[in-house]
Design a protein. Structure first.
Length: 493
């Protein structure tokens, strides 16, 4: 059996039943990586010797009667997490030799749960792209079409899952970095509620691994099934033991409903700043139809929805104010001069990016106050709905584009070009207020490429979108592995 194409839940059951050993699983995963990853380039830092040792230890532990949530299951980890003894570079050449001495808190939690870490997965330079390529490790290709991106910044993890390189992976998300690769590669990912999952040790190289509270960014699970997402979130969730964990335990509320027919769902597919491509719109409609066919209450409009244009502007300003906060003073002054030249009437996302880059503390506080109003608006909405279904990006995976100037790049949406970074607005819908969002497969495009959608849920009620994802998976089939050969209409690179 191709064990490493199975779900973590199925693998765990087989391990408990003695149908397979962790050593066999790990050897199979390594053989698969050595056979197939030359064309995909998902695993940028293999750790096979330690993985085999961990697998032997897992089998010995099971023989002693131990059982842990991930005992003996092969997994991968995004390159940006510190793993003692392995390089952490974030794709930046100046840090190619940086090797941390301590595991990130999430790597420690994986190991404590019994997982076997196969290695680290590829990322873009500085984690700042919707693609995964860098000068150190090269380009990660989409397993469905090697001429297209696997997404970013957790693109290596999504590609690894789609290709069968381990059953689970962990990534991070501030601009859709969990959800976009899942959408592009046809797998599952969950962006947790802001602050739900400790992030210590997922830091730029040579930066102290401190338990900081991040403004927008989260770390979270990736998998090939919705149930596996929930399994891995249970391992990852909880406060940092150095801070809130001293006094707090986490108890996530149960999902609001167990039956699809009890869910109240709002479906969105139009955004004021960027059109939704036909392939993604069709995916949203497939999910909407599956919900309705299952008896869920589905609506397309509500006056309770916070203003999407203001939400996108706020997200853009908050995102870019953080991204340039440590720019040299000279570069910052140049940005201030450019921002001062903007017309007061310019309400484009490009103008929002530039204004956000030069926010004063006062500006940031004002934007944060508006964010709190949006959060309250979402609370009112989720009193009437249980989840929101919407796109993750406007298109399926696009061809590799390595233009170093992201502001000069364009994204093709049904034959019309738009600014590359404007496609972040759908991811930002959940990120700006800190809401949980689960990326789920929604079938294939006419060209045979995966299409995903996100299920946004109420704050701190992560089990609700995860349960809805599981119910949808039962109706739609969920993950499909890339087929051998050339899918109809797709050109292999």
């Amino acid at each position: 059996m191709e064990w490493n194409s199975q779900s973590a839940e199925e693998i765990a059951a087989a391990l408990r039943a003695g149908e397979v050993t962790s050593v066999e699983l790990t050897d199979d995963a390594i053989a698969r990586i050595e056979r197939d990853d030359k064309a995909i380039n998902a695993i940028c830092v293999p750790d096979f010797d330690r993985a085999r040792a961990a697998a032997r230890g897992a089998d010995q532990a099971r023989a002693r009667g131990e059982d842990r949530p991930l005992l003996g299951i092969p997994v991968t980890v995004k390159e940006s997490y510190n793993i003692a003894g392995l390089p952490t570079t974030w794709g930046m050449p100046m840090y190619r030799d940086f090797v941390p001495a301590e595991d990130a808190v999430q790597v420690s939690r994986l190991r404590a749960a019994g997982a076997v870490v196969l290695g680290k997965t590829n990322v873009p330079l500085g984690l700042q792209d919707l693609q995964s390529f860098n000068e150190i490790y090269g380009t990660t290709n989409n397993p469905w079409d090697h001429a297209r991106t696997s997404g970013g910044s957790s693109g290596g993890s999504a590609a690894a899952l789609a290709a069968g390189f381990g059953a689970l992976s962990i990534g991070s998300d501030i601009g859709g970095s969990l959800r976009t690769p899942a959408h592009f590669c046809g797998v599952y990912a969950h962006k947790p509620t802001l602050g739900l999952v400790a992030n210590r040790g997922m830091v730029p190289p040579a930066t102290p691994a401190l338990p900081v509270d991040l403004d927008l960014a989260v770390v979270g699970p990736m998998a090939r099934t919705a149930r596996d997402l929930a399994l891995l979130l249970d391992v990852m969730a909880g406060p940092d033991p150095l801070t809130l964990g001293v006094a707090h335990d986490l108890t996530l509320p149960l999902a609001r409903h167990q039956r699809l027919s009890d869910f109240r769902v709002l479906v969105l597919d139009d955004h004021p700043f960027i059109p939704t491509g036909s392939a993604v719109r069709a995916g949203v409609n497939r999910v909407a139809d599956a919900l309705a066919d299952g008896g869920a209450h589905v609506e397309r409009h509500t006056p309770l929805l916070p203003d999407l244009a203001e939400a996108a502007t706020l997200y853009t300003q908050l995102l870019f104010s953080g991204s340039v906060a440590r720019f040299p003073a000279e570069a910052y002054e140049q940005l201030r001069a450019r921002a001062a030249g903007l017309s007061a009437d310019d309400r484009s996302l490009g103008a929002a990016r530039l204004r956000g880059m030069v926010f004063s503390h006062r500006d940031w506080i004002e934007a944060n106050d508006r964010r709190e109003l949006h959060r309250h608006g979402w609370r009112r909405l989720f009193a009437e709905f249980d989840a929101v279904v919407c796109p993750i990006t406007p298109t399926p995976a696009f061809p590799h584009d390595h233009d170093p100037d992201l502001l000069e790049r364009r994204i093709d949406i049904d034959g019309v070009e738009y600014p590359y970074l404007d496609q972040l607005v759908w991811a930002g819908l959940a990120t700006m207020p800190g809401l949980p969002a689960t990326a789920v497969p929604a079938g294939l495009s006419p060209d045979g490429l995966p299409v995903g959608v996100q299920l946004i849920g109420p704050m701190s009620e992560d089990r609700t979108p995860l349960r809805l994802a599981e119910l949808l998976e039962q109706r739609t089939g969920g993950f499909q592995a890339p087929k051998q050969g050339v899918p109809p209409g797709v050109r292999r690179g």
